[in-house]
Design a protein around this ligand. Sequence first.
Ligand code: ADP
Length: 488
Amino acid sequence: MKKKLNILFVTAEMTPFAKTGGLADVAGSLPKALAELGHDVRVVMPKYRLIKGDFEYIADFPVQLDQSVETCIIRKTEVPYKLKGRKKGLKVYFTDSYRLFDRDGIYGHFDDGERYVFFCKAVLEMLPAIGFKPDVIHCNDWHTGPICLLLREKYTDDKRYNRISTLYTIHNLEYQGHFSSHIINLLNCSYDIFDPEKAEFYGMFNFMKTGLVYSDAISTVSRVYAEEIKTQQYGERLEGLLQRRSEDLYGILNGLDYDKFDPETDKLIEKNFNVSSTGDKKLNKAALQKEMGLPCRDVPLFGLISRLSGQKGLNLVIDRIDEMLSKDIQFVLLGTGDEYYHVRFREITQRYPGKIAIHLGFNPQLAQRIYAGSDMFLMPSRFEPCGLGQLISLRYGTIPVVRATGGLAETITDYSGDPENGNGFSFADFSADAMMDAINRAIHVYVNDPGEWERIVIRAMKQDFSWNSSALKYDELYRHIIDKRING
Ligand code: ADP
C-alpha cells in the first residue's frame, strides 16, 4: 500500500469562508478529494473579518516582520465531508492578526505585501504549534510564493523543515504581487535575493516569482495553460523563467465539487433535474426570467457569470451587444469588478429592457439559478487558466460558448467541428467576429434543431469533470517531488 502523505494546502481564499474566484472553489474541494484518497490534509488561510464563526483557539506566537513583531493567533475549524459514506472533518486553520487582517474585504489594501508576508511566515511558524509535519506544502498563487523562498533561504538548517517539498500552483499568472524591495526587510532576508534569478522583477519584488523560482515543482490548472504561459502572449513577462523550469512544470485540470454542484440536489434552484429529466430545465429558465424581470419566452437565454475584468473578454461582448440583442435572445449577466464594466453594462441594460438583465454584485445563490436556468453560457476569455464556469454549466446542461484558450480549450469540444462529441461551441481568434460566429452557430442549433440541442445537453451533463482523476494526478506529483527531495 502506498504511504499516506501529510499535505498542507495554503491558500488566500477557500469556500465556504472567503471567495473572489475559482481559487476558492479549488481550495474548497481539492483538499477533500485528497483526503478521500487517504491523505492527512490540512488547509491554512488568513482569517479575514468577513469569516465569522466560533473557531477553536489553537496557539499564538510572535511573527517577526523586519524589526517589529506581530502576534499571530491560530484558530481551527473542521469542514464536513464524506469518506466512503462516513462523515469526516477537514481541518482548516486560520492565521489571525488584528492589525493586518481584521478589516473589510479580502485583497486590495495598501499593505497587501506586508499582510501576505505575515501570512507566509505564520504558516511556517505554525507547524510546530499544531504538531503537523507536512511531507509537502502545496502553495497557491502569489500570496503564498514566499513560503517556497523562506524554506530554502531561512530554514535549510532546521531539521523540522528541510525535508518538506513544495508544489507551487499558478491559478492565474496575471496577478503576481509586485511590491517594492521593502518586502525583503519584512522577510528578514538578505538583499542577495533581490536578483533577477531570484525575487527581483523589473525593479520590484515579485511574490509569484519566488514561488516559481524556489518550489520543487510548479503546476497550473490545465495542460493547455501550462503550454501557453511559456509563450510571450500568455507569459506575463515570466515566460523565460517558465521555459527554464519547463521540466518541472505540470498542467493538472481543476475538478469540480460534484456534491456541491449537482442539479439533482441543489437546494438553490427552482426545480431539481438530472440527465433523464432535462425538460425540467425549462422550469428553472422560467423562474430565472421571472426573477430577473425578463419576459417568460422560449428564446435562447445566454448566461454570463464572471469577475468583470479585462481577462474575461467582456469588450468583445460590449462591442457587439447591439448585434447580439437585435436577435430574438435574452441575456443575463452576474458579475462584479472594474467600474468601467459596471458603467457600460448599466447603460446597455437601460437601452435594452426586457432583453438583458444584470446583477452587479457577488451572489453565489443567484449564480446557481443562472447556471440552471440558462441555455448557453458565454465565456469569451482572453485567457483562462482553467475556468470553472464552463464546468458548472456542463453539469447543469447549459451549453458553453467559449474562446478556445487554456482550460476552455481543454474541456470544450466545438460542436461545429465535431458533432459526435461536441459539448459546446468555441472560437479560436480573440475577436468579436469569431465570438459572434460561435454565438450564431449555437443559436442556429437551438432554434432549428431542438432534438439535436437536447442531445448536446445530455452529452454535456454526462461528462465527468469531478476531482476523481485530477486528485490522483496531484497524488502522483506530490510523490514525485517528495522522492526527488529525499533521494535527490
Ligand atoms: P476566476 O477564478 O478567473 O474568477 P473561474 O471560472 O475559475 O474564474 O471561477 C469563477 C468562480 O466564481 C465560479 O465559481 C463562478 O461561478 C464564480 N463567480 C464569479 N463571479 C461571480 C459573482 N459575481 N457572483 C457569484 N459567483 C461568481
